[in-house]
Design a protein around this ligand. Structure first.
Ligand code: F6P
Length: 558
């Protein structure tokens, strides 16, 4: 047994879990009329209702005791003050400094990083506005109309998600496109529509060595020159967002066209840095600052609110409750907000790359579960896809439901107001998940419809909903930059707290390395597409050899 699973707070929760077996949320609601008031809180424009969880006052105080035992406040202070909590990479974790006021010093190796952050942010926003207002033009003096951001993972998903989420605030004449996949289709389908004279390429890569990004970047550069642009036009059309000056220069991008950030900004936490340039281009500098302000407001809440009213800590500990004490291996994130359609994908990387670990900070294999599988789709679409399993499947899938009170598109059609129909579904789903429908209720309903007794007996078990399925609800007034900043930071801190409780390093990602290494070895064995026969595959298992051989035989069209 590990120190964690043997610890008093953990064992107290395990005992409490036993006492909660067979307690249905229906009875919790029946026994406590003020459950919403007790189990909800507000911060930074967000309302979190967590009343529809398998929790009592005792559960919450035991969960908070576990958070205290694991020293969440100590780790939190270390993170905010620049402690090198990313131990395997010997790095500080300071995405919070990117959105803090400039007059608040933060030291890394004795150096105050706040002025560096402010300087780079100013440069980046100045550039974004120059493109937006037309003072930065292409090599033929025409205004930039298309921006292609090339990056992957943390150098892509945040910018994609935020620019989609904030579409109502976009510059009307700038089109943003993102290319991440090394599958040539992604780049080809994007470039097909573009005019090189009015296109700006942003190469976003912390390391500037990532295979997919560099492949796409070099192909984009070749396309640009093939389309007739002169070599010296590259400086007006290629911008780098990176920490690696040497590689940026080697690619042919001048340093004045590079916006930097630092090793203490993790890829999946980097949208607040220069990696956010596509966002600033889309929404402008003032709104980018509002996004930062929203995240900072959540940082302040996380840093100062008592645990019992601390939104990220509450969400994190509820997650721990389900993962470790109810065996939930999956967590759904379901925005009833079409503008947040990439939020679940973004959260997949943020959460799964952070807490998908099975070795603790001391190098021991854990004997408890860590990060869950994150998935999701916007509502109401998800209802017509995977909600069947959420309502009647054998697994418990805790879920977060997100929605705004005000829509950016208050459409009223012949059948009614779209937003009200959306929200009616939103409220109905969490209520249905919690309440379920008993056999007696099903029978009564069927009897009222005049069905035969035989058919009722046959159908009843299929129409029963066990209920007692947990969900959090997050509501906000309107999805504006400030609110979105707060929402993202909420989840970032949730992930942090869970990492502390599970005693894993949430800020490295060694698990992505092996596949990259093997791909480098396999690549020379696939040379046939360029009509050069690659070297024979060797050193692989028979399945991989068989699959490579099949490709070599079949990869050229007859
Ligand atoms: O997938 C692994 C990873 O290292 C991510 O953590 C990172 O966000 C992504 O690759 C891209 O890396 P880079 O910004 O260096 O191109």
């Amino acid at each position: 047994m590990s120190a964690l699973t043997e610890s008093p707070a953990w064992m107290a929760l395990a005992r409490h879990r036993e006492s909660m077996a067979g307690v249905h949320m229906r009875s919790l609601f029946a026994g406590e009329s003020g459950r919403f008031q007790r189990f909800s809180c507000e911060a930074c424009g967000l309302l979190l209702d967590y009343a529809k969880n398998r929790v009592t006052n005792e559960t919450m105080s035991l969960l908070m005791a576990l958070a205290r035992q694991q020293d969440v406040s100590g780790w939190r202070e270390q993170m905010f003050s620049g402690g090198k909590i990313n131990i395997t990479e010997n790095r500080a974790v300071l995405h919070t400094a990117l959105r803090a006021p400039v007059d608040r010093p933060v030291y890394v190796d004795g150096h105050n990083i706040a002025p560096d952050i402010a300087r780079e942010l100013k440069r980046m926003l100045h550039f974004a506005d120059a493109v937006r207002y037309g003072s930065w033009t292409g090599y033929t003096s025409r205004q930039i109309r298309d921006i292609v951001s090339i990056g992957i993972g943390g150098s892509d998903l945040g910018a994609v998600m935020v620019t989609e989420a904030l579409r109502p605030y976009h510059h009307p004449d700038l089109r943003l496109r993102f290319v991440s996949n090394v599958d040539g289709t992604h780049l080809a389908e994007t470039l097909g529509w573009l005019d090189p004279e009015t296109t700006l390429f942003i190469i976003a890569s912390k390391t500037f060595t990532t295979q997919e990004t560099m492949t796409n970047a070099h192909s984009a550069r070749a396309w640009f020159l093939d389309e007739g642009a002169p070599e010296d036009a590259i400086s007006r059309h290629f911008i780098a967002l990176s920490t690696n000056e040497k590689e940026v220069r080697a690619f042919g991008i001048a340093l004045e066209n590079m916006f930097t950030f630092w090793d203490w900004v993790g890829g999946r936490y980097s949208l607040w840095s220069s990696i956010g340039l596509p966002i600033a281009l889309a929404i402008g500098s003032d709104r980018f600052q509002q996004l930062l302000a929203g995240a900072h407001a959540m940082d302040e809440h996380f840093r100062s609110a008592p645990f019992e009213q601390n939104m990220p800590i509450i969400m994190a500990m509820l997650g721990v409750w389900y993962v470790n004490f109810w065996g939930a291996g999956v967590h759904a994130i379901i925005p009833y907000d079409q503008y947040l359609h990439r939020f679940p994908s973004y959260m997949q990387q943020a959460d799964m790359e952070s807490n998908g670990k099975s070795v603790d900070r001391d190098g021991h294999f854990v004997d408890y579960d860590t990060g869950p599988v994150i998935f999701g789709e916007p509502g109401t679409n998800g209802q017509h896809a995977f909600f069947q399993l959420m309502h009647q499947g054998t697994r418990v899938i805790p879920a977060d439901f997100l929605a705004s009170a005000i829509s950016h598109n208050p459409l009223v059609g012949p059948l009614g107001a779209h937003h009200e129909i959306l929200l009616a579904n939103f409220y109905a789903q969490t209520e249905a998940l919690m309440l379920g429908k008993s056999a007696a209720e099903v029978r009564a309903e069927l009897q009222n419809s005049g069905m035969s007794a035989e058919r009722i007996a046959q159908l009843t078990p299929h129409k029963v909903f066990s209920g007692d399925r947990p969900s959090n609800t997050v509501l906000y007034k309107k999805l504006d930059p400030f609110t979105l900043g707060a929402l993202i930071a909420l989840y970032e801190h949730k992930i942090f707290v869970q990492g502390v409780v599970w005693n894993v390093n949430s800020y490295d990602q060694w698990g992505v390395e092996l596949g990259k290494q093997l791909a480098r070895e396999i690549l020379p064995e696939l040379g046939v597409t360029a009509r050069v026969i690659g070297r024979e595959p060797h050193g692989h298992d028979s399945s991989t050899v068989g699959l490579i051989q099949w490709f070599r035989k079949n990869c050229v069209e007859e």
